[in-house]
Ligand binder design. Structure first.
Ligand code: NAD
Length: 498
């Protein structure tokens, strides 16, 4: 197995090829692209870049494998294979951790503490999903039996972003495969490495050749996958802008689509809340993964009477966070994925200052010794942001918080709902009746009360508004990867005739 050294740590590299029909292969035209260590900008390795011909090969392999094997394999055997995938993810946790940290720049403690286990738990949950894909008998006129069955689509295309490369792959692969589909996965071009290890793991676990295919590449590879007529469904996670494009292209072929898109999560804090706990959790929410997560709580909607003391607590906590080398155990904040993302974040910050928002702390790149090529960023807090400003409306994907204040419950709801997004929201108050009243009025697929960013695999969630269409987690997520068929059996009735 090839290795590379990253500041003294030996990182085991995956095979560099496209994963098609159970083997790692070169692109037909031999194209490759480099993938980088986020914290230094050093090239980790070159990986094969899939063109349209390669996407076609991958889809063909998936279609054959679906017909030949996967859909025919009994539920129990499919479940056993997916459970083995979960075990192997944990067994290869050290390799996956280092690859994920190097490729994405997230702190090693975050990956070790939760992301490997979470990736495994997606496969463990959906290994047993066959037990929940029930048929229903529908009451019907005498002489007939009418029932519905859930069938897999066949070939499903999965397109994922770079912010949680391993978890994003697991959270689509597990329900799609568990429901009986064969898949073609397109990882983000910035972070292809952990998915390639998943290819090896699936081979070892006994996933039949062709059932999982991985095509690395950028937007053109994703477009080829969306356009392929044999791909019956696309499941996409990424930006609202690309999601909109995919919905438009899929409409040409009336293709099923699920899209998990952006967010601008409000954290609504009332004066009666436990302010210390709220501050620590909101900090975790908007700075975790350096704000590069769709559910980052990037809008603080705070009751005016506690605005000043709350911002003081929050700023003090933020300034104490350890920004550092993602490979070091003590590091709490790693780096942004790349220079493009840094420029985007800095653009929002500079624009906010120019528009008159009050910069409380942060607002610039941070430097970390030994990682001079990485784009580290200070936790950044703005006060008195106009709710209509870009800072308060658009997803930044960096550790940037915008503060808006309210004086009544109605005003809090109005501010919280005043974006095109509806992914998640946090409410902080000791008054549980008020919290539940608010939960009913928030235009959001997830509401956290006196906590934030808690998710489990069995708990289904669905975005509201322009945050997307479809489910993540729970039985609902697997149902999304199936189509419903209604079957009528004549038990002795006279069939209709003219
Ligand atoms: P992105 O939309 O730029 O890219 C996502 C994926 O789509 C990548 O694999 C990319 O190569 C591919 N792609 C790009 N253009 C395409 C096209 N025209 N056709 C097909 N595929 C195409 O997003 P990103 O920058 O990688 O990730 C950040 C975004 O992801 C943020 O907006 C974030 O909110 C969102 N996200 C959402 C969720 C959620 O669950 N709602 C979770 C994680 C990330």
């Amino acid at each position: 197995m090839a290795q590379t050294a990253v500041r003294g740590a030996a990182v085991e590299l995956p095979p560099s090829g496209l994963f098609i029909n159970g083997s790692f292969v070169k692109a037909e035209d031999g194209a490759t692209f480099p993938t980088y260590e986020a914290a230094s900008g050093q090239v980790l390795m070159d990986v094969a870049s899939a063109g349209e011909a390669d996407v076609n090969r991958a889809v063909e392999a998936a279609r054959e494998a679906f017909v030949r094997e996967w859909s025919e394999l009994g539920l129990r055997e499919r479940g056993r294979v997916l459970s083995r995938v979960a075990d192997l993810i944990e067994e290869r946790g050290d390799q996956l951790t280092l690859l994920e940290v190097a490729n994405s720049g997230k702190p090693i403690r975050d990956v070790r503490r939760g992301e490997i286990q979470e990736a495994a738990s997606w496969f463990r949950f959906y290994a047993n999903i066959g037990d929940h894909l029930r048929s229903t008998v529908i009451p019907s006129p005498g002489g007939y039996l009418n029932y519905t069955v859930r069938e897999p689509f066949g070939v499903v295309g999965l397109i994922i972003p770079w912010n949680y490369p391993l978890i994003a792959a697991a959270m689509k692969l597990a329900p799609a495969l568990g429901a009986g589909n064969a898949v073609v996965l397109k990882p983000a071009e910035q972070t292809p490495l952990s998915a390639l290890v998943l290819g090896e793991i699936c081979n070892e676990a006994g996933v039949p050749a062709g059932v999982l295919n991985i095509v690395n590449g950028a937007a053109a590879t994703g477009r080829a996958l969306v356009a392929h007529p044999a791909v019956s469904m696309i499941s996409f996670t990424g930006s609202t802008e690309v999601g909109r494009e995919i919905l438009g292209r899929a409409a040409d072929q009336v293709k099923h689509v699920s899209v998990e898109l952006g967010g601008k999560t409000p954290s609504i804090v009332f004066a009666d809340a436990d302010l210390e706990t709220a501050a620590a959790t909101i900090l975790f929410s908007f700075c975790g993964n350096l704000g590069q997560r769709c559910t980052a709580g990037t809008r603080l909607v705070i009751e005016k009477s506690v605005q000043k003391p709350f911002l003081e607590i929050l700023s003090e906590l933020a300034l104490a966070l350890r920004i550092g080398d993602p490979l070091e155990d003590e590091t709490q904040l790693g780096c942004l994925i790349d220079e493009h993302q840094f420029r985007r974040v800095q653009g929002f910050v500079d624009g906010g200052v120019a528009e008159g928002a009050e910069l409380v702390i942060g607002g610039k790149r941070a430097s970390v010794r030994g990682c001079e090529g990485g784009f580290f960023y200070e936790p950044t807090i703005f006060n008195n942001v106009d709710s209509r400003a870009r800072l308060a409306q658009e997803e930044i994907f960096g550790p940037v918080l915008s503060t808006l204040s309210f004086e009544s419950e109605d005003q809090a709801v109005e501010l919280a709902n005043a974006t095109p997004y509806g992914l998640s929201a946090g409410v902080w108050t000791r008054d549980t009746s008020r919290a539940q009243w608010l939960a009913g009025r928030l235009e959001s697929g997830r509401v956290w009360i006196n906590t934030m960013n808690i998710n489990t695999v069995p708990s289904p969630r669905a975005p509201f508004k322009q945050s997307g269409l479809g489910f993540e987690g729970g039985v609902e997520h697997a149902l999304e990867f199936t189509q419903l068929k209604s079957v009528w059996l004549n038990l002795g009735a006279s069939p209709p005739r003219l």
